[in-house]
Design a protein around this ligand. Structure first.
Ligand code: DAH
Length: 340
């Protein structure tokens, strides 16, 4: 008969799951000891067979429970050992995780767009590949107009061009909407400029257009002052300098009190105390009339700004190229800026 105490000892002495499994097969497997006894049952007389059967069943249960307990014991001691070896010090600082984040230029653009969305402006986009009509002609610059020289243009083989500014989005909007029109149009622009610290062949612009009855220069000024204060701080001063753009009359360049030196004079503002941030003006009546908007009833203002330039001023960035290089050492510096 099976010596249960001896078996218990054998089970106790195993130290790995493999050893235990071999023992289990030997005892409880199909060819195992227990089965060999069960097979012999049929040779016994009926009365004894029943009694013996019950005994063997109890034995089987006991063996199974001994083995199962040992499995648990081995597993948990294995786990304990592993936990001891891999002990975690919860007071150690965690490994830094590199979380991707939006590019700084997109965050600057978003911040600007949000300021105007709060004023009820709708965000629209236009194509980067444009026609001469939208980029120049409809903006009051017919072919051979000398002002076209202001924008060094990449012309494509199919007669189209890469837009040199976002102003064509004004025309596309006027074409398919009636006043009141209130839009903001961010997008990429292209110019055949010689690259330097503040010029890049690829850059962004943000165009703003507002057309309604009775819009005047005071509205333009108020809007830009509101924008400058939202962007640079409550006390930000703004000034207008007369300028020329064919699609506005009068035209102006807008400067803000230098955000670095607060007007005292520094290298960023070239000692002038002021920084030009955008071109602006009242939409030229000719531009409105071409889009069948009656300039005797409606008037509007428009402006276009460069978000890279604004970012350069805000963070003291000395080269526009940094926005395109995607050097992580540069980008990671803005982890904690403009998260809103
Ligand atoms: N599109 C002009 C540029 O690229 C900027 C500009 C000036 C836009 C005056 C305007 C504006 O909407 O009214 O230099």
């Amino acid at each position: 008969m099976i010596d249960i105490d001896k078996i218990k000892k054998q089970v106790e002495q195993t130290s790995t799951l493999d050893e235990l499994e071999a023992l289990r097969i030997n005892l409880l497997g199909r060819q195992g000891v227990l089965n060999s006894y069960l097979k012999e049952l049929k040779n016994l007389p009926l009365g004894e067979r029943k009694k013996r059967g019950e005994e063997l069943n109890l034995l089987k249960e006991e063996l199974e429970s001994v083995v199962n307990k040992k499995i648990e014991a081995i597993t948990s001691s294995f786990l304990l050992e592993r936990l001891k070896k891999e002990s975690i010090d919860p007071y150690l600082p965690p490994f830094p995780i590199n979380i991707g984040r939006m590019h700084i230029i997109n965050r600057i653009i978003n911040k600007i767009v949000h300021i105007f969305e709060r004023l009820g402006y709708e965000t629209v986009e236009g194509p980067e590949v444009e026609t001469e009509y939208y980029n120049f002609e409809a903006l009051n610059m017919p072919a051979h107009h000398p002002a076209r020289d202001l924008w060094d243009t990449f012309y494509l083989n199919n007669g189209k061009l890469l837009r040199t500014h976002t102003s064509p989005v004004q025309i596309r909007t006027m074409e398919s909407n009636r006043p009141p029109i209130k839009i903001i149009a961010p997008g990429r622009c292209f110019r055949k400029d010689n690259p330097d610290a503040s010029h890049s062949p690829v850059f962004y612009q943000i165009e703003v257009l507002y057309i309604d009855k009775g819009v005047n220069f005071a509205h333009l000024k108020g809007t830009l002052e509101y924008f400058a204060r939202s962007m640079f701080g409550r006390d930000q001063e703004v000034k207008f300098v007369l300028s020329y753009f064919p699609f506005v009359e009068p035209g102006a360049e807008v400067a803000v009190k230098c955000v670095i030196c607060k007007g005292r004079g520094c290298i960023t503002c070239k000692q002038t105390g002021w920084l030009e941030i955008l071109g602006a003006g009242m939409v030229h009546p000719e531009v409105l009339e071409r889009q069948n908007i009656n300039s005797k009833i409606y008037s509007g203002f428009a402006f276009g700004m460069g978000p890279e330039r604004i970012g350069m001023l805000m963070y003291g960035i000395n080269h526009i190229r940094h926005f395109l290089d995607n050097d992580l050492r540069f980008l990671n510096q803005f982890k904690f800026h403009l998260e809103d």
